[in-house]
Structure formats: C-alpha cells, structure tokens
Design a protein around this ligand. Structure first.
Ligand code: TRP
Ligand code: ZN
Length: 319
C-alpha cells in the first residue's frame, strides 16, 4: 500500500537509516545467494582413513564367515548388520528389504536421510555382496564403504539438502543385479518418478586404477567430470560393460543414472598408463572375482578420489 504522505526526516536520522541499509541489506542478500550457488563447494572431504576402516571391517567379517560376503552366506548378513548399525547411530531411517534368489534369502538395505523434498530424491547405491571366492574388498567393499562414509558425512554436517537423500546397499548383484531389480520392481510408479537421479558405485578402488565415468544422464556425468577436472585428473567414459551393475535396474525403469568405476579385468593400455600412472598391459583389477580381492587389493588414491567425488555429487545434485 502506498499512501502519499510527506515525511520529514532529520539529516542525522536519514544518514543513520542509510548506514543501516548499507550494512544490513547486502548481508541479508548474501546469505541466500551463497546457500544457493556455492552449496557444491561445501561438500566435505571424505576421510579415506574412515573408508579404509570400513574395508577392514568387511575383511574381518569375511574372515569370520568362511572367507566371503556372498549372497546367502552369513558374511553377507553380517555386512548388512555392520552398515545398518552405523547408519542407525547416525540418524538415518533404515529398512531392510528381503527377497529370495537361488533358494536363499537376500537383503537390500535402504537408508533415508530425514528431510528434503520428498518429490525429488537423490539416490546413491552400491552392491554389498561379494562373489563366493573371496572377501570382495574392491568388488564391492570399495563402493559400499565410499557411500557409507558419504552418508556418515551427511550426518556429521547435519546437511539440510533441498532434495531428499537416499542411500542403498544391494544384495545379490553378483547373481545378476537381483537385489536392485527387486527394489525397482517393487517401487510404485509414483515413487519411481520421484527419483531425480541414481548414482552407482561399483569398484572404486581398483589397484591399477582408471578413472571411468558412466556415459549416461548428462547432468550426473558432468557433475562427476567437473569434480575430477578440478583435481586435474583425466577421466574416460566407462566401457567395460554397460548394464553390468545396479544402475541398469534404474535405467531400465527410465530413471536418470550415473556412476564411477575404476576398472575390472580389462587391461590398462599404454596411453592410459601415461595419463593415470600404474601398469600398462595389466588388468585394472587383477584380483577381480578372486580370493586375492583383499584389503591389499586397493589403490588408496583412487579410493580417496572416488569417495570425495561421491560426496561432491551427492551435495551438488541435492542442493
Ligand atoms: N558389476 C561387476 C561385478 O560386480 C563389475 C563390473 C564389470 C562393472 N564391468 C563393470 C561395474 C562396468 C560397473 C561398470 O562383478
Ligand atoms: Zn563383482
């Protein structure tokens, strides 16, 4: 309402009001501007020591349970219990979804961070099962530990994202992406449509690593590429088998997907060794699906960079 009244202000008051305006207005505007545009910059650095501590726990779990963490074996359920315990203590809302595969009960662990727009979900996932031949520390303790520590960082920061955050650890990936397929198949159409993006982390600490980004949803892909560009680390498009991990379950339902990968049994070329270091003519992971996929089968630099990239993307895509 504008009433044309004549107001007289003393010069002193006018100066004081002007001063107040200069002091207060820009400050008041700066807060939302920062929160809106610079949120990605505040993604925390993920302590790689914490990620490695989770890998040591997975290693111990395998050692105490017949040497593996495979679907239908006690080491799998013990892995679920370990991850769930950490998330519950950190304030996540967790649920365990059961399914049957190959005559055995399988488990997916879903963890929601309370808050954010429920109609726009940013979702990060990793398969938690190993093959029967070993502990599965790179495949896929690495992705499981990387997103676990990202989730715990969300809690430490008491992050209040605009979008809703969900994390999942999938069962029976090694039997044909069974757990994630089960999850998506049982997700009502309306719930599927709320997932803004699914980010997959399957093998992110390969001992002779490459830095591969899934060539899928352009926004997710660019977010990961931007992170690595900021580190000065060149990336390549993931080509070692599209559809070979849990993102395929989401992609097949029309959900935007992306992810990171440091390589499995394909050999590193000379050109790749020049750009990334490591050994040309040797597999990215010589212990892929073998008993030697132990805590020794991890490149700490790759694990660190990819865990930080996971956090960066979770923050950037949800703010
Ligand atoms: N998902 C495979 C496994 O667990 C690993 C793998 C091979 C992979 N090629 C891939 C994962 C390409 C992601 C992308 O055995
Ligand atoms: Zn595997």
């Amino acid at each position: 309402m504008t009433t044309p009244t004549t107001t007289r202000t003393t010069p002193a008051l006018a100066i004081a009001a002007g001063l107040l305006a200069t002091l207060l207005v820009p400050a008041a505007q700066a807060v939302p501007a920062d929160a809106g545009t610079a949120a990605a910059a505040v993604a925390p650095d993920i302590p790689v020591a914490n990620v490695k501590a989770h890998l040591n726990q997975f290693s111990t779990i395998a050692a105490n349970n017949g040497g593996n963490r495979a679907h239908g074996r006690p080491g799998y359920k013990a892995s679920i219990d370990y991850v769930k315990g950490k998330l519950d203590a950190a304030g996540f809302t967790t649920s365990v979804q059961q399914f049957t595969s190959n005559g055995a009960t399988g488990y997916n662990l879903i963890a929601d961070w309370p808050g954010g727009d429920p109609n726009r979900v940013v979702f990060a996932g990793a398969h938690l099962d190993s093959v029967t031949s070993g502990a599965g520390i790179n495949d896929n303790g690495s992705g499981s530990a990387g997103i676990l520590e990202t989730a715990l960082a969300v809690s430490r920061a008491q992050y209040k994202p605009a979008k809703h955050l969900r994390f999942a650890w999938w069962g029976a990936e090694e039997l044909g992406i069974v757990g994630s397929k089960h999850y998506v198949a049982n997700l009502p159409r309306t719930e599927r449509s709320k997932i803004a993006g699914y980010l997959n982390f399957d093998m992110i600490g390969s001992p002779n690593p490459g830095y591969f980004v899934y060539d899928d949803d352009p926004t997710i892909e660019k977010t990961f590429k931007d992170y690595f560009a900021g580190l000065g680390v060149p990336t390549e498009i993931e080509t070692e088998g599209d559809g070979r991990s849990d993102h395929a379950s989401f992609k097949n339902a029309g959900i935007p997907v992306g992810g990171l990968f440091t390589g499995a049994s394909t050999r590193k070329t000379a050109a790749q060794a020049r750009k990334w270091g490591g050994t040309s003519g040797q597999a990215f992971d010589r212990c892929y699906h073998s008993s030697c996929d132990t805590t020794a089968n991890i490149n700490e630099t790759a694990l660190n960079r990819n865990s930080d990239a996971a956090a960066y993307a979770v923050w950037a895509l949800s703010s």
